[in-house]
Design a protein around this ligand. Structure first.
Ligand SMILES: [Mn+2]
Length: 393
């Protein structure tokens, strides 16, 4: 008796396309079909498609269009570290991700997901994600202030057009400033920045005050009014008096005081107080303890545990506010793709939790929309588009 059926497309070898069942215990050969071909990444000016996408995952033509785009921003022009390698991080993370393949589902949406065998969670299961590629850096003579602007703006436009969210991989932390400046915001709407970081990134420098960098962009965001408030989580270490900064819109939860409950409580309070209706989450890898992830330019010891930070990220994305994007920044590049230190798996794992969390957040807002749409008779079903000949192999 046949107890399983093809669930995921695992390989295309010439005319032999191989599918697996839900538990990868039975394999099938499928007839090639247009709807089983991969959706190509969008052709964005200023963006180069990846040699191979994150998680080697490509949604199928027969599936819904991607709702989460991943964009690499290999920029280090906003860091104060000489010869920093942070521009190589997006590439390193992408290469690391090739070890964890995600297969497209043969249904209209979904994929084979990733399992965190530590926490027992299944992640990214119904996320329609797509690697959009890496921003090209403009040559000298163009807008050298922000050499990745063309690609970033094209990706933001495409995201808006497709009603997709954008996940940027830096680069130094100054990219968050640029993303937030160029990300569309409805007139009169108010946005929160939720920032995981060991540093406050509000530096004051009498000489370079006006130059936006990875160490002062939060002060710029607050003073320009690009965001209504910033909630920083994971701060620690000593500062001299001239390195301190306060602003009514700057709310801080130190590493010593961060718990998922406190993150939920503070974010809900700030959301109400500032009447904010959208949010953006940025993750600086130096918020992790250097014992967990040492590959940052400015590590600060005695960080929280990985589990605590992850649970705080999950809690932040569960707050009832619509997240419009996420980024991960400040990781270093690697010398060789063949020798990526084991700790990069932790950065990737955090990214997976972030992408899973923002998609759950999006679906909560979408389902409240769908509930009202269904009342008006607009709901539509989801089914399998696999209807051609299948043979077991
Ligand atoms: Mn930072």
């Amino acid at each position: 008796m046949k107890t399983s059926e093809p669930a995921y497309l695992v390989r295309r070898i010439a005319d032999a396309w191989i599918a697996a069942d839900e538990t990868f215990s039975q394999f099938y050969e499928l007839e090639p079909a247009k709807e089983l071909e991969p959706q190509l990444p969008p052709d964005l000016p200023g963006v180069e498609p990846a040699q191979a996408p994150f998680f080697l995952y490509e949604p199928l033509i027969g599936q819904r269009s991607p709702q989460l785009g991943i964009l690499g921003i290999p920029y280090s022009g906003g860091t104060s570290m000489l010869h920093s390698s942070v521009s190589g991080f997006a590439h390193a993370l992408r290469v690391e991700s090739w070890k964890k393949v995600i297969y497209p589902s043969l249904r209209e949406s979904g994929n084979s997901s990733l399992y965190d065998i530590g926490s027992g969670r299944r992640l990214l299961e119904i996320v329609a994600l797509q690697d959009w590629g890496t921003c090209l850096m403009d040559e000298v003579g163009a807008d050298t202030a922000i050499p990745y602007k063309k690609g970033l703006v094209a990706a933001l436009d495409h995201a808006l057009d497709q009603q997709a969210l954008l996940c940027c991989i830096g680069g130094d932390h100054s990219i968050t400033h640029t993303v937030l400046q160029w990300m569309a915001k409805a007139r009169g709407s108010r946005r929160l920045l939720v920032q995981f970081d060991a540093h406050h990134d509000c530096g004051i420098d009498a000489i370079h005050q006006e130059h936006t960098s990875h160490s002062n962009f939060v002060r710029h965001l607050l003073e320009e009014g690009t965001v209504a408030a910033v909630v920083q989580i994971g701060l620690r270490g000593l500062r001299s008096a001239d390195q301190m900064y306060s602003h009514p819109g700057l709310i801080q939860i130190s590493a010593e005081h961060m718990t998922p409950e406190r993150v939920s409580h503070v974010l809900n309070e700030v959301r109400q107080k500032y009447d904010a209706n959208s949010a953006y989450l940025t993750f600086d890898l130096d918020s992790l303890d250097p014992g967990s992830f040492p590959y940052v330019d400015f590590p600060i010891a005695a960080g929280p545990t990985w589990q605590n930070i992850r649970d705080c990220v999950i809690a932040a994305l569960e707050v009832p506010i619509s997240y419009q994007g996420i980024d991960m920044v400040e990781g270093q590049g690697v010398q060789s793709d063949r020798h990526i230190p084991g700790q990069y798996e932790l950065a990737l794992r955090m990214l997976v939790y972030m992408m899973d969390g923002i998609d759950r957040n999006r679906r909560r807002f979408e389902s409240s929309f769908c509930a009202s749409a269904a009342r008006e008779g607009m709901a539509s079903g989801v089914g399998s588009f696999l209807n051609q000949g299948i043979k077991e192999v």
